[in-house]
Design a protein around this ligand. Structure first.
Ligand code: FMN
Length: 192
């Protein structure tokens, strides 16, 4: 069975992201095909990237980097719950991604975006970033609209049919996460 992180991509006080991530986690918790864990960037207190060596060199010198690296390395797949800030992801999420390198490689990811048009532009950016880190982004995606999935833009009340999109995304994350775990375990040929 694989382990999947549900990453809250916003650290803002009063953020909508926490309610969205908890909704995804509640849906995921009903499944028996993977283990799911909420990972809150706020709990890691990461500064702007402050490692002297580029992450691709493999050194993890600072305690906050090692703690974050150990957490991310422990998962087979990720669900990114991302806000849209100026048509992209939050600076906090970009920094957290940039801290690491090999910890992300050959894993799967699903995307849950939210914003005025479903966070779709942020997710498009995130898909490009994940491509550079050898993370396979699944096609099924959850797009939550501030005007219709939130009351007064701040109380999360997802439309009923969003459950279907979330389930399809989780199905693909579990399937691809398992396939890529086999690749990392060496039961499939891999060139990394
Ligand atoms: C700095 C900033 C920039 C934003 N830019 C966009 C944007 O480009 N497109 C969009 O749809 N919403 C934008 N929004 C609205 C956010 O999507 C909305 O506030 C969302 O709830 C933010 O996520 P959070 O509450 O989890 O931090 C922006 C919000 C902030 C704070």
């Amino acid at each position: 069975m694989i382990d999947v992180a549900i990453i809250i991509g916003s650290t803002r006080p009063g953020r909508n992201g926490e309610a969205v991530a908890r909704w995804i986690h509640d849906l995921a918790a009903e499944r028996d095909d993977a283990r799911f864990e909420l990972v809150d960037l706020k709990d890691f207190g990461l500064p702007h990237l402050d490692e002297a060596m580029p992450p691709a060199m493999g050194r993890r010198d600072l305690p906050h980097t090692r703690r974050w690296a150990d957490k991310i390395a422990s998962f087979d797949a990720y669900v990114f719950v991302t806000p849209e800030y100026n048509h992209s992801i939050s600076g906090a999420l970009k920094d957290a991604i940039d801290f690491l390198y090999g910890e992300w490689h050959n894993k799967a990811a699903g995307f849950v975006g939210y914003g005025s048009v479903g966070g779709t532009r942020a997710v498009e950016h995130l898909r490009l970033i994940m491509g550079e880190l050898k993370v396979a982004g699944v096609g099924a995606q959850v797009a939550l609209f501030l005007g219709s999935d939130f009351e007064n833009f701040g109380t999360f009340k997802p439309a009923a049919h969003r459950v279907h999109a979330a389930t399809a995304m989780l199905d693909e994350v579990v399937a691809w996460g398992g396939a890529l775990k086999a690749l990392r375990d060496g039961t499939m040929a891999a060139r990394t």
